[in-house]
Design a protein around this ligand. Structure first.
Ligand SMILES: Cc1cc2nc3c(=O)[nH]c(=O)nc-3n(C[C@H](O)[C@H](O)[C@H](O)COP(=O)(O)O)c2cc1C
Length: 194
């Protein structure tokens, strides 16, 4: 197990990659792709997104103190990448990527209709960490697409084919390995054939 020691940096992968939709005080909408995002509290439900202050979207969120986190899928991968390499200063990303604006219920920022899940968020705190400032936000509403629910209303996000971001690359999730707690569940007696 020969390992190289590298200088300190971020190698916490894979990560979710999300499209964050925003609306500024003038009513202008934008989308920024964010991989530095994470769940930080169950109750109250809270998440964080870290954004460089020089991004066009930074000012929009700083002013409005609201945003929507839109989960991404294999089908949305191209749009996810585009929203992460073009600026809302120059292009209308909703228009260019033909994404549907849907009204949110608790915040002014629009949701992306094509995303399987939308998390409406209100900023509670901004931590100025360094290159990135972290927006700590409360999730104030969740929208889940009925297309991924079974007859009994059980939501199966995996049917939407979510993607992850790993060291500069996007990946789909190929197959299920287990379910929560499977490592300690009593296993069925195995029968071995000679
Ligand atoms: C996969 C991916 C992940 C990204 N993650 C972040 C991030 O976590 N924080 C950030 O500030 N920028 C991130 N970016 C860069 C911004 O999305 C990019 O600079 C974008 O064009 C900013 O848009 P805006 O100028 O309209 O705000 C990411 C880009 C990509 C492609």
């Amino acid at each position: 197990m020969a390992k190289q020691q590298w200088k300190p940096g971020n190698m916490l992968y894979p990560l979710p990659v999300v499209m964050v939709s925003v609306r500024d005080k003038q009513g202008k909408d934008n989308i920024i792709t964010v991989a530095w995002a994470g769940t930080i509290c169950t109750n109250p439900p809270m998440l964080s997104i870290s954004i460089r202050p020089e991004r066009h979207s930074y000012r929009m969120i700083e002013e409005s103190r609201e945003f929507v986190v839109n989960l991404t899928t294999e089908q949305l991968c191209m749009a996810t990448d585009y929203c992460g390499v073009r600026s809302g200063k120059d292009v209308d990303k909703f228009k260019e990527m033909r994404l549907t604006k849907v009204d949110a219920s608790e915040v002014e920022a629009p949701m992306i209709g094509e995303a399987p899940v939308n998390l409406e968020c209100k900023v509670k705190k901004i931590e100025k960490l360094g290159s990135h400032h972290m927006f700590i936000a409360e999730v104030v509403a969740v929208h889940a697409d009925e297309a991924y629910m079974d007859e009994r209303g059980k939501f199966d996000l995996n049917r939407a084919k979510p993607i992850v971001y790993s060291h500069g690359e996007y990946y789909g999730l190929s197959h299920k390995i287990g379910t929560f707690g499977y490592s300690v569940k009593r296993r069925k007696k195995q029968t071995f054939r000679k």
